[in-house]
Design a protein around this ligand. Sequence first.
Ligand SMILES: Nc1ncnc2c1ncn2[C@@H]1O[C@H](COP(=O)(O)OP(=O)(O)O)[C@@H](O)[C@H]1O
Ligand code: SF4
Ligand SMILES: [Mg+2]
Length: 401
Amino acid sequence: MAKKNKGEGYLSAKEIRAISRANRKITGEMEKKWKRKNVPESEYLTTMRDPANAVEFDDLHSYFFTDAGTVKSVDGVSFDVPIGKTVGVVGESGCGKSVTSLSLMQLLQRPQGQIVSGHIRLNLGDKAYDIACTPQETMQKIRGNAVSMIFQEPMTSLNPVFRIGDQVDEVIELHDGEGKTKEEIRKRTIESLEMVGIANSEGVANMFPHELSGGMRQRVMIAMALACSPKIIIADEPTTALDVTIQAQILDLLRKLKDRIRSSIMLITHDLGVIAEMADYIVVMYAGRIVEKGTAEDIFYHPSHPYTIGLMESKPVVGREVKELYSIPGKVPNPINMPDYCYFRDRCEKRLSCCNGEYPCEISLSETHKVSCYLYDERFADLVREKGKENGSQSEEGGNA
Ligand SMILES: Nc1ncnc2c1ncn2[C@@H]1O[C@H](COP(=O)(O)OP(=O)(O)O)[C@@H](O)[C@H]1O
Ligand code: SF4
Ligand SMILES: [Mg+2]
């Protein structure tokens, strides 16, 4: 890490040049690895830890090598997406949700964005790929066929100068068009549009994106993403740009289509309401790491990490009267200069003296429920009890005052 100038947070031109030189060296080596041709399959084929999983993220590290320093956007993330299930990834903006999913698609903004270490095992039935070392050439065949993505803002993902039908045709032709005539491809396009609930599908196929509403555009995006029956669908904030009633329709549609083509969904959102409706499993991220994960029941009924508890308290609940909605105090640490201790410490109302030490390791609360927090570490049970007593007596004093 480069030395800071007297003005905290500022780097001199010389320091920036040195960082950028070092970055070019690191990313240059990595780019060579991605661009290799005719790489033997043995280098990137792998075996799943559990064949019932569609994807296994295993200690994934994805960094951005910027002129200001290295941004550790995803810093040791491990979780599974079981076949046929929906896994919700939640956390506030900038915590690394999109970077995790873009790593699975190998769509990080290269050369500065790189998967630095770890594994992403993708189960395609007959074969399993480790995406973290699959060369670009092979990845082009996997992307869109086995894994596809629905983005947040459909208008920026659709091309404004082409008709809807032509854009869906192109996707089908590219991924599943071998030996098919133009008419057959168009028939598939119309079927896909009907499948996502577009009534006048032939008419819509002749329209331009700007002639459709936001909800219709998102349906078209879903039709394109699902046209080749992918094994895994990544939905990155799929309903954030839509109003509430359309949001419910789109979520319902996603759920039905997932069951129809037997795929899995990785659903990324900052909206706990969306997660509650859709997810079987939940992963809670904070500053590039997973702080808690478990089944939807584990997380909603027994939230354990102080950050997850804060998230739950900050969502409005019908029937619960509050003067002011709770917000978690403080801010996320600077991603270029992460501390050695728990990243949530400076915002945590429950912190203990041991929280000043190294980053807490993952603790199993049950077979499915895991949390990274010293409050659940047996070694510090006495400290937790003492803190509990202190808080109890403080609140009694407060009550008497
Ligand atoms: N192209 C990029 N260059 C540098 N930093 C980036 C880039 N894309 C994302 N980041 C950083 O990575 C972190 C995680 O971003 P992201 O995964 O997009 O967050 P979110 O959880 O909101 O989806 C953020 O700190 C962001 O600034
Ligand atoms: S490890 Fe300590 S600081 Fe971090 S969330 Fe748990 S109690 Fe709070
Ligand atoms: Mg995002």
